[in-house]
Design a protein around this ligand. Structure first.
Ligand code: FAD
Length: 381
């Protein structure tokens, strides 16, 4: 077991920190939780590619940087600390890239290169208005029509949705449960519509509803046929849940940093509030939660890197880190007193962002059920 990061990893972290502070922080500050237009987001994304964010996990053979998940996680955490919104865009580009890497050659060669170059935005459509936690129940249909498929249905909460040039759409060809579910690529030009969904936070990027009204695609745009679809998604989520957890760590670390700074400056009862024991207790609890989350998440990413089954570790780490971020940001608000609830200070926004991450890629209840299934050897869902 080695908890040290290498000199190369440290250099990469230092260099991205400088870039994030100089370029990304001021760029996102121009948008007060309002939508960053596609062209502007694309400019930021293209600059992040130099650091392996947006093209980091895809192999070098496929045109990516071929970073191992832990190194990618170190860089991704830095981005999440500065802009959780932009980190969502990067995460979805990465996840889309991983799905395309395993796709048939024809689709891969048309879409993976432009995605990794930041020329195209991808998105992944699993959830629907009536279906979230129970993916096997999805209703979106892929109906055969000659050599084509007609895609019809709605997708909900789709990150990158409004930006997307294409969607990786989970749909069913038959009513055989998991065995009927396939994964398809639908190009924006083939006709799906999108509409952004306003949320309590994280509105600089797109979370959208997508509408498919008998969108015609060639059957050759099948990424994974029925029977294979659900398995692919489960593997993808095992690997990406720790990254959602790292977004929560980024938010929690930012809340801790702001709180320490504030507690050193703000004076009450004749001394900085940081010199009062109960404020120190809050800071200590925050720091412990951030550190514990980080250790669990990097252990999960290490397991992903080794290719071993990681649903237990990923589920534990994602659950712990996202709940911890909610508690840490609440402490941060408390340390800031009245200032904590104003828009003048950054902690209230972090407090609004944190709970969103408990939902994405599996709720706390679903993570607990995954942990329980793994420990007890029997599913409860
Ligand atoms: C900001 C954001 C971005 C997202 N991005 C994407 C994306 O890019 N692509 C995509 O496909 N989806 C995306 N999602 C959707 C997300 O994955 C779902 O919201 C999530 O899986 C929960 O589904 P749901 O909202 O339908 O809740 P539901 O499944 O309806 O759950 C409602 C409540 O019931 C609980 N519950 C459900 N089943 C059980 C059970 N068996 N036992 C106990 N409790 C249960 C849940 O834990 C929750 O508390 C995103 C969501 C958000 C908020």
């Amino acid at each position: 077991m080695d908890f040290r990061i290498s000199d190369e990893q440290q250099m990469a972290v230092d260099s991205i920190r400088r870039f994030l502070d100089d370029v990304v922080r001021p760029a996102v500050a121009e948008y007060d939780d309002t939508f960053i237009p596609k062209e502007r987001m694309q400019e930021l994304l293209k600059q992040l590619l130099d650091f392996g964010l947006g093209n980091g996990l895809a192999s070098e053979d496929d045109g990516g940087m071929g970073l191992d998940p832990v190194t990618f996680g170190l860089l991704f955490e830095e981005l999440a600390r500065v802009s959780p919104d932009v980190s969502i865009v990067v995460l979805i580009q990465e996840e889309t890239g991983l799905l395309l890497s395993a796709a048939p050659d024809e689709i891969k060669s048309a879409y993976l290169g432009p995605l990794l170059a930041g020329d195209k935005f991808g998105s992944i459509g699993i959830s629907e208005p009536a279906v979230g936690s129970n993916i096997a129940d999805i209703r979106c249909r892929a109906r055969a029509d000659g050599d084509d498929l007609l895609i019809s249905g709605e997708k909900q909460w789709i990150s990158n949705g409004h930006y997307s040039d294409f969607n990786i759409t989970v749909a069913k060809e038959s009513d055989d449960g998991a065995a009927g579910i396939g994964i398809y690529l639908v190009d924006r030009d083939q006709g799906y519509e999108s509409q952004n969904i306003p949320k309590i936070a994280l509105n600089r990027q797109s979370t959208a509803q997508l509408f498919f009204d008998n969108v015609r695609i060639p059957r050759a745009q099948t990424l994974f046929p029925p029977g294979e679809g659900l398995k692919r998604l489960m593997t993808l989520l095992e690997g990406s849940r720790p990254l959602v957890g790292l977004m929560a760590v980024g938010i929690a670390q930012a809340a801790l940093d702001y709180s320490i700074e504030y507690a050193k400056e703000r004076e009450q009862h004749g001394k900085p509030i940081g010199a009062h024991q109960l404020i120190q207790a809050r800071v200590a609890e925050m720091a412990v939660k951030v550190e514990a989350s980080r250790l669990m998440l990097y252990k999960a990413l290490d397991q992903v890197d080794r290719g071993t089954r990681s649903d237990l570790q990923s589920g534990m780490a994602k659950y712990f880190a996202t709940e911890a971020a909610c508690e840490v940001t609440r402490h941060a608000m408390a340390i800031h007193g009245g200032n904590g609830v104003t828009r003048e200070f950054p902690v209230e926004e972090l407090y609004r962002m944190a709970p969103i991450l408990t939902v994405t890629e599996g709720t706390p209840e679903m993570q607990k059920l995954i942990i329980g299934r793994s420990l007890l050897g029997m599913p409860a869902f």
